[in-house]
Ligand binder design. Structure first.
Ligand code: ADP
Ligand code: MG
Length: 242
């Protein structure tokens, strides 16, 4: 097994406040890792370090062969290899679904129209929304918009996908359709890091769960660890929720 994401002893501060206090974990190719923990425990920051939305103070960080702790980092190449989906899907309201999806690939890959549309079609098929290609975002439900955001990310053919609480803004009935799309991606072999409050998803879909607490990896293991927490902190998190 080769790790495509390797964090080793990552320290990250905002001003004088250290929010990542020596975080280490790896994600193998095709592996799905769920990152759970209380609000403020450093989950988003850890995820954002992986595609260099945040810089780190110390530690080593390698993603798809890119050394993020080296000055020689090719940021453009890194961003092509790593897709990220956020809680707020941020589709452009004045652009159609097709245009939203093909904006970045057109810019990066200089695709002609027919190829761009085919790419959008293929990406939309993976999230089950091929028939919405000519819609505007406002014509779609929140769950559908989030699936389009996932398709937009897939269109760049990333090697790793990062998801940061992508269902947190959605009603429960729309959450399910987005989680099912993510499960399909997982089954298709995508390497994924998923920050989530959906414990059922973490238990069922993730190969491994990472529980973060106060800027540290507190406990990690297969989904079953949620049935049998080893630390009082994970126990408390699981019984009190957020
Ligand atoms: P989580 O995603 O687990 O809720 P975050 O990674 O967002 O946690 O935040 C971890 C800590 O870092 C929090 O205390 C948060 O207030 C702080 N933090 C996050 N981003 C910034 C920032 N840009 N500037 C200052 N503090 C930040
Ligand atoms: Mg967060």
């Amino acid at each position: 097994m080769s790790a495509v994401v390797k964090l080793h002893d990552i320290h990250k501060s905002f001003g004088t406040v250290e929010v990542l206090k020596g975080v280490s974990f790896e994600i193998d190719r095709g592996e799905v890792v769920a990152i759970i923990g209380r609000s403020g425990s450093g989950k988003s920051t850890a995820l954002r370090c992986i595609n260099r939305l945040e810089t780190i103070q110390s530690g080593t960080l390698e993603v798809c062969g890119h050394r993020l702790d080296q000055p020689t980092l090719d940021l453009r190449a890194l961003r092509q290899d790593v897709g990220m989906v956020f809680q707020s899907y941020n589709l452009f309201p004045h652009l159609t679904v097709e245009q939203n999806i093909t904006l970045a690939p057109r810019r990066v890959k200089r695709l002609p129209n027919s190829q761009a549309r085919a790419l959008a079609q293929a990406s939309l098929e993976r999230v089950g929304l091929a028939e919405k290609i000519d819609c505007y975002p406002e014509q779609l439900s929140g769950g559908q918009q989030q699936r389009v955001a996932i398709a937009r990310s897939l269109a760049m053919q990333p090697k790793v996908m990062l998801f940061d609480e992508v269902t947190s803004a959605l009603d429960p009935q729309l959450t399910g359709e987005v989680l099912r799309v993510m499960e399909t991606l997982a089954q298709g072999g995508m390497t994924m890091a998923v920050v989530t409050h959906e414990m059922t998803f973490a238990r069922r879909v993730a190969d491994r769960v990472i529980f973060m607490h106060q800027g540290r990896v507190w406990e990690t293991g297969p989904g079953e660890m949620l049935e049998n927490p080893q630390t009082p902190e994970l126990q408390a998190f699981l019984s009190n929720g957020l």
